[in-house]
Design a protein. Structure first.
Length: 201
């Protein structure tokens, strides 16, 4: 904190610059990024790791004055667990290690222009195509924290009919390469976005 963050904090934050992603790579080497993730995907949890250790981690990061520096680590910690808990092995191999090591990032896409964070009423759909291999994702998401740094989105989408409420909502993981956006706080996904990685929760 004292060597890599505090001397540069004012330049990054007060002058409106972004902190460099290199900070995540250094944090991983120091055992910070991976502390809350499993070893099998590159995690670096201390021996006998528990929730108390995680509280210490977030408390130390908070000394910088908020989530502005290394804030993406907190976002990764929310958006990656669905992949680790319910994703296919293919998806875990594609996403987890790079996110845990700080090379790439993942953000949650839940809120929508018409539903806010009312998950039961989201409209973004994921429909299995005729080959049975891909989900075609259509819809819009808004207010995506960390979306500007994300390489992947954990996207809440509807696979059931509109009246299915919460029972028709699943997560899929979408690469930013197939999202139509120039500013990743708002994202539209279109028929061109074929999602192979449905995470069944």
């Amino acid at each position: 904190m004292e060597e890599e963050i505090m001397p540069y904090y004012d330049d990054w934050i007060d002058e409106g610059k972004e902190y460099p992603n290199e900070l995540h790579l250094k944090a991983y080497k120091a055992g910070i990024n991976g502390a809350i993730f499993p070893k099998e995907y590159g995690g670096t949890p201390p021996e006998n790791f528990d929730a108390f250790h995680e509280l210490i981690l977030w408390d130390e990061l908070a000394r910088t004055g908020g989530g502005a520096v290394l804030g993406q680590l907190g976002i990764d910690s929310m958006a990656l667990p669905p992949v680790l808990l319910a994703g296919s092995q293919y998806l875990k191999d594609k996403v987890a290690r790079d996110v845990i090591s700080g090379k790439k990032h993942i953000s949650l896409c839940i809120s929508e222009p018409g539903a806010g964070s009312d998950v039961a009423n989201i409209q973004t759909s994921a429909i299995l195509d005729e080959t049975g291999q891909y989900y075609i994702v259509n819809g819009s998401k808004k207010w995506i924290t960390g979306g500007n740094m994300a390489d992947f989105f954990t996207l809440a989408c509807r696979t059931g009919d509109e009246d299915s409420g919460m029972t028709g909502v699943y997560d899929c993981t979408v690469s930013t390469e197939c999202a139509d956006s120039t500013c990743f706080s708002d994202v539209s996904v279109s028929h061109a976005c074929a999602c192979r990685w449905l995470v069944v929760m």
